[in-house]
Design a protein around this ligand. Structure first.
Ligand SMILES: Cc1cc2nc3c(=O)[nH]c(=O)nc-3n(C[C@H](O)[C@H](O)[C@H](O)COP(=O)(O)OP(=O)(O)OC[C@H]3O[C@@H](n4cnc5c(N)ncnc54)[C@H](O)[C@@H]3O)c2cc1C
Length: 464
């Protein structure tokens, strides 16, 4: 279809004031937080499910692709319009539709910021647990698309454990509901398939979430180490003891330096690693558990354990962790976030191999990650204007993901596959596995309207 006609038609459905098509707009929506770039034909910001449905029905008939977008903070190229088409930016659908305290549920539109929901719940003494470090700007629709994790997901589970249902617009514009407010629904778990499908199967226009009362007590500690190995060993020792803290996060020396230069969280500059450990639950017993953790840290050669004395101390420590990606971004013009998972007991071994990869490719790598989940985030620093360096970065990133899969882990803990890790799917899945996934895609979206060329690689000789 002629581009001018496409823009005019979409403008008629959603309003010309909510439809963008200038060269600057097309360039801006060609980015997300990954290294990929693309260019849409136009961008539209629908205000209701009906408008989403109308645009999708039209796009399908016109043979145009549709890419859903929240805040574009995903780290795997999930919102890059690789084959052009319409970017559906859901930021205007940003209402919290219902907070049902009695039944511990919330219903939201997809454009609500993750932290926006939490702030709303605080007044009632409730929480939405998943907490991607990007929560100030990430949307609940994006969290749904990526099945996002976060520091508190060690104890409480990732997004899929908190999504109970959704209203979804299918590839032909049909509006359906999957799941609902109940804890479990009979039949196939379609909600489970849609969460984490990276906008390739359907677009969520309303999401039913599980909310929980705030824990009675919280205890936050910073354990300081002279070696990465001792910090890594502490992580598996804590879990082996049967203790599941709310969070168990690790930051290495380069990250600590970046954080201290910008955020001043009180992390010691001469440490090789720190662990941010948080316990939550009933007041009763929390001190005893904290004492046990300090003992385990000591057995693993901790240099010092600092305990947050009040909410201000705790907020300062968390500012350091949640601002770590941003702080590292000050060190070089770009970084690639690798997101691999390994069994916790393999953390020290894999971390030392990550250091070797950095040395091999002459690249600085900072590590800040959800250690309790065995979810590594090596941040490889570089300058994208240096093409030769960029090539080394891609090789190093791929090699790190291979290290994770070789160690019995996998190629994504929470950031998805998108466009960026499509090649690495072969590290962990067979061709048959991926052909089965392709059949799922075909069942939901037989005409490949949604987010083409993401998640599943092209397979020779089978379904394209
Ligand atoms: C500094 C920083 C820190 C981060 N920390 C974490 C972290 O701790 N944990 C973590 O898991 N991630 C983290 N991320 C990654 C990112 O923030 C998450 O993936 C987040 O969920 C993306 O939300 P978004 O609104 O930006 O979604 P987008 O990037 O806009 O979209 C993400 C994917 O979801 C799809 N999508 C968007 N809306 C919908 C919808 N309504 N229905 C269906 N599909 C949809 C998109 O097509 C895309 O594939 C971080 C990113 C940054 C930049």
């Amino acid at each position: 279809m002629d581009r001018e006609e496409l823009i005019r038609s979409v403008g008629q459905m959603v309003g010309p004031e909510n439809t963008l098509s200038s060269e600057t707009d097309l360039m801006l929506y060609g980015y997300d937080a990954s290294l990929y770039r693309g260019k849409p034909d136009c961008i539209t910001l629908p205000g209701s499910t009906e408008e989403v449905s109308r645009v999708v029905r039209f796009a399908r008939q016109a043979g145009v692709h549709v890419v859903a977008r929240g805040s574009g903070t995903n780290l795997s190229g999930g919102t890059i319009p690789i084959q052009g088409g319409i970017v559906l930016h859901l930021s205007r659908m940003n209402k919290i539709l219902e907070i049902d305290i009695e039944n511990q549920r919330a219903i939201v539109e997809p454009g609500v910021f993750t932290l926006g929901l939490k702030n709303q719940l605080v007044r009632s003494g409730y929480l939405y647990q998943p907490d991607p470090a990007s929560e100030k700007v990430s949307t609940l629709g994006g969290n749904f698309g990526e099945n996002s994790g976060g520091p508190h997901c060690l104890k409480y589970g990732v997004t899929t454990n908190h999504v109970l249902g959704a209203e979804v617009v299918l590839y032909d514009g049909e509006i359906v509901w999957v799941g609902g407010k109940a804890l479990d629904n009979p039949g196939y778990d379609l909600t489970g398939i849609l969460v984490g499908s990276e906008g390739t199967l359907g677009i969520a226009t309303k999401i039913v979430l599980r909310i929980m009362p705030k824990p009675e007590a919280v205890k936050t500690m910073l354990a300081i180490y002279n070696t990465l190995k001792d910090a890594g060993n502490t992580v598996s020792a804590i879990i082996a003891e049967g203790i599941i803290p709310a969070t168990l996060e690790m930051l290495d020396k380069l990250t600590i330096k970046a954080v201290e230069e910008s955020i001043h969280a009180g992390f010691p500059l001469d440490a090789e690693a720190v662990l941010l450990i948080e316990l939550d639950g009933l007041k009763d017993g929390i001190e005893r558990l904290a004492g046990k953790i300090v003992e385990i840290c000591k057995k693993n050669n901790v240099r010092e354990v600092k305990v947050a004395k009040n909410e201000a101390d705790r907020a300062q420590l968390w500012a350091g962790r949640k601002g770590a990606f941003g702080a590292v971004a000050r060190l070089r013009p770009n970084y690639l976030v690798c997101d691999g998972t390994v069994p916790r007991t393999k953390l020290p071994e894999v971390l030392s191999k990550v250091v070797e990869v950095g040395n091999k490719y002459n690249l600085a790598i900072a590590n800040v990650f959800h250690a309790g989940d065995g979810n590594l985030h090596p941040l490889i620093l570089f300058d994208e204007r240096n093409e030769e360096e960029l090539k080394r970065v891609r090789l190093a990133g791929s090699e790190i993901l291979k290290l994770c899969s070789d160690a019995g882990g996998t190629i994504s803990g929470e950031h998805g596959i998108g466009a960026e890790k499509i090649k690495e799917m072969f590290l962990v899945f067979t061709t048959e596995d991926m052909a089965a996934m392709k059949r799922v895609k075909k069942a939901f979206d037989p005409e490949d309207v949604y987010n083409p060329n993401k998640v599943i690689p092209k397979l020779e000789g089978s379904l394209s």
